[in-house]
Ligand binder design. Structure first.
Ligand code: HEC
Ligand code: HEC
Length: 389
C-alpha cells in the first residue's frame, strides 16, 4: 500500500519539467508541443492554469469560476459560508455537497484499495482518480458551471485573453481536437493546483514546528488533547506515514463514516426533480456512490464513508462536513465529544451503517477542553504571522 501511495503522489510534488509530470491523457499533447520546439516553463503553465481557474466567463451563464467555490480567501473552499451546499452558475441549483477546500488536495494519491479500505482520489468519494480528471467534472456539471457540452466550454476558452498562450503551450492545433483540448485544460488547472499557492504550509503551527513561534497555553492544551485524549490524530495525523518530507497534512486520505447528521430540511439541495428526485430527503451514501466501489462489489461496507479532509485552514473553510451541517468549529468538536453520550443533541446519523464508534463519540472533554481544541485548529491557518489577529 505505502509504496504505491508514494509513487502515486510523486508526480504531484515534483516541481517538474514539461515532459516529466504529465498524466497519460496529455503526454501526447506535450510531444506535439515539443516537436514544435516551443520552450515552455513551468511558471508559464502555472500562470495559464491560474487564469483558467479564476475565469468567470467559463460557466453558463457567465459569472462562475472554479474560484467562486474554491477561493483563496476561504482557504480554497466556498467563500459563501451561509449555505451548507454550494450554489451553481444557475441560481437555485445547488451541488449536493459542501465545496471542500482544495488546498493540499495535490497530496491525495490516486484512488486505490489497500486490502482494508479505499484511499485517495479526488472528490469526497474519490471518484476522480487525479486532479486532471477531476478538473473535467465541474464545467459540465449542471448544478455547477452548467456548460451544455465540452465544445461549448472549450469555445469559451478559445475566446479568452489567454487563448494564444494556451495554443503556444499545448500546440497551435490544439483546438482541432476537443478531447485533447479538454485534457489540456485539465492539465493546466492541475498544474496550478499543485503549486505552493494552494499548499503553502505557512500556518502558526508550521512556525511552531520549526521553532519560530510558540503556542499559547490554550493552543498547547488543544494540541495535547488533539494528539491524546480526544483521539483526533488517529484520523488526522500530525506526521504523514508516507510523505515523510511533507509537513503534516492532518489526513491520510482514507474513508470513514463519523455519523454526521443530515442538515435538517436542507433547502439548499437542488430541489428540482431532474437533478435530485429525493429532494430534502436526499441521503448521501458517500464512498458507496463511487463507481469503482460499486464495480468492486463493496457497497455495504462503504455506505456513509467520506474522505478524511485536511484540517489546514479549517478556521476559514466553514461550513463543515460533506453536507455542511455544522457552521462552527465549536459545534464540530462538541459533536465528536458528545455524539454518543448526548445523541438527542445531534440527531441520527445520515447513514447509520459503518459509523466509527471506536475513537469518537464520547470523549469526556470539558467545555474548556473543547475550546482548547478549537484554539489549536485555528493555528492551522496559512499566512502566519500576517493572519495572526
Ligand atoms: C458550484 C461550486 C463549485 C465549482 C464552480 C467548482 N467546484 Fe470543485 N468542488 C465543489 C464541490 C461541491 C466538491 C465536492 C464534490 C463531491 O465530492 O462530489 C468539489 C470538489 C473539488 C475537488 C476535490 C477536492 C477533494 O479534496 O477531493 C477539486 C480538486 C475541485 N473541486 C476543483 C475544482 C476546479 C478545478 C473547478 C473549476 C473547473 C471547480 N472545482 C469548480 C464545488 C465546486
Ligand atoms: C475516525 C476518524 C476521525 C476521527 C477520530 C476524527 N475525525 Fe475529523 N473527520 C473525519 C472525517 C471522515 C471527516 C469528514 C466527514 C464528512 O464529511 O462527513 C472529518 C471532518 C472533520 C472536520 C470538518 C472539516 C471540513 O472541512 O469540513 C473537522 C474540523 C474535524 N474533522 C476535526 C476533528 C477533530 C478536532 C477531531 C478530534 C476531536 C477529529 N476530527 C477526529 C474523520 C475523523
Amino acid at each position: 500500500m505505502k509504496q504505491r501511495l508514494i509513487i502515486g503522489t510523486l508526480s504531484a510534488i515534483v516541481f517538474c519539467i514539461i515532459a516529466g509530470c504529465q498524466s497519460d491523457a496529455t503526454s501526447d499533447l506535450n510531444t506535439s508541443a515539443a516537436t514544435q520546439e516551443v520552450k515552455i516553463t513551468e511558471a508559464e503553465k502555472i500562470a495559464l492554469g491560474r487564469a483558467i481557474f479564476f475565469d468567470t466567463n467559463l460557466s453558463e451563464p457567465a459569472g462562475q469560476s472554479c474560484a467562486s467555490c474554491h477561493s483563496p480567501e476561504a482557504g480554497f473552499a466556498n467563500p459563501n459560508h451561509l449555505t451548507p451546499t454550494s450554489e451553481g452558475a444557475v441560481k437555485g441549483l445547488f451541488a449536493d455537497r459542501n465545496a471542500p477546500t482544495i488546498a493540499y488536495s495535490q497530496y491525495s494519491p490516486e484512488f486505490y484499495y489497500d486490502g482494508n479500505g479505499y484511499i485517495g482520489g479526488q472528490f469526497l468519494d474519490g471518484r476522480a482518480g487525479t486532479l486532471e480528471i477531476q478538473a473535467g467534472g465541474p464545467p459540465l456539471n449542471p448544478v455547477e458551471m452548467h456548460n451544455a457540452s465540452k465544445e461549448s466550454y472549450i469555445s469559451k476558452v478559445a475566446e479568452a485573453a489567454y487563448s494564444d498562450e494556451f495554443k503556444r503551450i499545448y500546440g497551435q492545433n490544439i483546438f482541432a481536437d476537443s478531447n485533447k483540448t479538454y485534457a489540456a485544460i485539465g492539465d493546466a488547472l492541475a498544474t496550478y493546483e499543485r503549486t505552493s499557492q494552494l499548499s503553502a504550509f505557512t500556518s502558526k503551527f508550521d512556525a511552531f514546528q520549526k521553532g519560530d513561534a510558540s503556542l499559547s497555553a490554550q493552543e498547547k492544551l488543544g494540541l495535547d488533547l488533539f494528539t491524546g485524549k480526544a483521539n483526533c490524530f488517529v484520523c488526522h495525523p500530525l506526521s504523514n506515514e508516507d510523505l515523510t518530507t511533507v509537513p503534516a497534512l492532518f489526513t491520510e486520505f482514507d474513508y470513514e463514516n463519523i455519523g454526521v447528521p443530515k442538515t435538517p430540511n436542507n433547502k439548499f439541495y437542488t430541489l428540482s426533480k431532474e437533478y435530485n428526485p429525493e429532494g430534502v430527503d436526499f441521503i448521501d451514501t458517500g464512498l458507496a456512490r463511487n463507481p469503482r466501489v460499486i464495480a468492486d462489489g463493496r457497497v455495504p461496507e462503504n455506505r456513509g464513508k467520506f474522505k478524511t479532509p485536511t484540517l489546514r485552514n479549517v478556521e476559514i473553510t466553514g461550513p463543515y462536513m460533506h453536507n455542511g451541517v455544522f457552521t462552527t468549529l465549536k459545534q464540530v468538536v462538541a459533536f465528536y465529544n458528545t455524539r454518543d453520550s448526548d445523541p438527542s443533541r445531534w440527531g441520527v446519523p445520515e447513514v447509520a451503517e459503518n459509523v466509527n464508534k471506536d475513537t469518537i463519540g464520547n470523549l469526556h472533554l470539558s467545555d474548556a477542553e473543547e475550546d482548547a481544541i478549537v484554539a489549536f485548529l485555528m493555528t492551522l491557518t496559512d499566512g502566519y504571522p500576517l493572519n495572526n489577529n
